[in-house]
Write a protein that binds this ligand. Sequence first.
Ligand code: F58
Length: 833
Amino acid sequence: SFESSVPEPLRNLWKKFAATNFSNKEQFQKEVVHHVETTLARSLYNCDDLAVYSGAALAMRDKLIIDWNKTQQAHTLADQKRVYYLSLEFLMGRTLDNALLNRDIKGYAAEGVSELGFRMEDLIEQEHDAALGNGGLGRLAACFLDSLASLSYPAWGYGLRYRYGIFKQEIIDGYQVEVPDYWLDFNPWEFPRHDITVDIMFYGYVRRYTEEDGSTVNIWEGGEVVQALAYDVPIPGYGTSTTNNLRLWSSKPSTGEFDFQKFNSGDYESSVRDQQRAETISAVLYPNDNIDVGKELRLKQQYFWVAASLYDIVRRFKKSHRAWTEFPHQVAIQLNDTHPTLAIVELMRILVDKEHLDWDTAWNIVTETFGYTNHTVLPEALEKWSVPLFQNLLPRHLQIIYDINLFFLQSVERRFPKDRELLGRVSIIEESNPQVIRMAYLAIIGSKKVNGVAELHSDLIKTTIFKDFVNIFGPDKFTNVTNGVTPRRWLHQANPQLSALIKEKLGSYDFLKDLSLLSGLEKFADDKTFQKEWMDIKLRNKQRLAKYIKDTTGISVNPSALFDIQVKRIHEYKRQQMNIFGVISRYLSLKAMTKEERAKQVPRVSIFGGKAAPGYWMAKTIIRLITAVSEVVNNDADIGDLLKVVFIEDYNVSKAEFLCPASDLSEHISTAGTEASGTSNMKFVLNGGLIIGTCDGANIEITREIGEERIFLFGNLAEDVEDLRHAHRYGKTPMDPSLKEVCDEIQKGTFGEPGVFAGLIHALTEGGDYYLVSDDFASYLSTHKLVDEAFKDTAAWAHNTIVAVSRMGFFTSDRAINEYADEIWNIDPVKVD
Ligand code: F58
């Protein structure tokens, strides 16, 4: 073992001085003060929230890194198969609160800082979100890391250390303005590994020659070289000392590349340019959600990250001196969408060009190693790379892709000799002008398993976009793993009062490790005292949100009104436009009512939040309509508290943490068949809110679990969408009359200059209403009426939310991770200590 590689006396001396860490309040305080005074060079007399937050974070980091070391040693010793989760996005949010709770030391830590004269809530607020992701896909990766560590799986995440995460959103004069998110000025949660670097090559050419034995060898040489430097982020599990690693790569000039010659000879500017070109690779996260734009820098990011990660994975494997054929028994690699698909090609290049394995052996290893998760069926989101662009950047990889494609098409032709069109349909290369590489097809062909992220979505990929591949590979290659969310962050951390109440009823916090235990709540669903406590917590969470809204927007909202929340990326398919049209329709009906009628209405607060991709003009127009409607409605004396409209600026993970507990109703209203899963639907229900939603993504499974009497479903089904679109294209479907009224009102100028919103109206009319807003609008409005009625019966509402929570056990990311581990990765947990 590696222990015996060090002589015993040395080992003992080391152990005598080995790092220890705090395990009670006084020791914690000592560490905090120590860091404030030494690491931060501050003092008792020069100390604020930020300094104490920093001290506490550094103390916590020391604690985590000790467990991290133990974990890595245990994993090395166990020598079991590991999983590597490759994701271009990890939307982690804040760490301090989560780490304190996962290590179960928040109690004494909060007391400790309070004695030092500070409040833990204020310190937590000092932390900058780690926002290295766009939306659901990135947050899913973060929930998965939490579950992998909590379940003690030997797992690593690999990603990019963007200098700028997702932009900050400001709303100026009602419009979204993007501000860069520079988050690294103080980040205590990462460890630079100056000893772990990989040189990554781009461009150049392929030299081909024949060996004496007649075999051909391809060598890729001559291109630009950039260095990847590793930064490690510890990921603490809940209720275990397992602390896994998230390794993020940062780009810098390679030591060979930075031209000291130029620098010294006075060509300072060009040497700085070289440096900046290298650093640009990991500089920014692309801010697009569900759209592929095909920029060279994005491909550079992908290859840089994939090549560095694979080098690292292969290096770790080679230490064990196993035969290459053992590789898939030691390594599983999961591709979070197609962004890391180059890993399939890069591993082929390593095995064939560098390790000189024959093609078939290498291909067998590769196709036993990878799994591919698909997150979308939207055609505009499927990644495609132009062949000329790709060839220039990665010439050898293009050759390998051509070979993979050739062998694949040959095997298809052998099996389906009559079907000539099939070859064109499934070819990795699309014969467009220019030719493009279909990354999803490459990912399918190179993986052992392909999965969708909710049942409907997994069925849809099998029957639509990947239908031919089901025919070719058989149905078993395609599977479903329904998404989940971590109850540690999304219940315990976001809603500590609800978590504590549940603990009181169930007798322990075991439900945080086994969420199915929530079922024990159901028997209290009709208990009046319990209902009261339950609804009081909801009210307090709504009051906290009301205060936040008042402080940040100046809008006063009534905490006992029905809080109706839609927060997620702004996208036409998610249909925030339908929500705001519904709000306008409600406003018009309220206006038309007598005083007496108005008095009978349920007061509502409609809350929106979410970022639009900077280049997505229609999404930005939707934001502008929401803010325009809020300006009118909130200042209309006839309406008062009956309707308020709020746009929450800069929606992110830490805002989601206080929004989810404060909803009565949340909206998950995508056109059926477009939202692969959705995960905020799970978070809202888990926090005691109900859903209005379409039969889409995980809404369907949520309905199955909690019962259809506890969810407000509406709208057309996925199976009818194609026909409806067809009807719009050829028939001229008349617009729904209520929607027509709304459009007329917008065009009258009630919400400001109507020209601003012309694009939105055009999309519904001449544009063919691709997202079927008109088709679903009547059913959407009538379902909102049902919500109003249901909300009046507080006891029934309380009952339904309690029952719903008690049946949400399925939606923990622990369940999802166990399914991946058993069905796709074949890995087992490793006990640490
Ligand atoms: C999301 N995809 C799905 N993509 O839209 C959502 O239904 C699902 O719940 C979630 O994944 C997790 O499975 C998503 O967030 C992106 O943001 C990509 C970022 C990179 C460019 C392409 C879109």
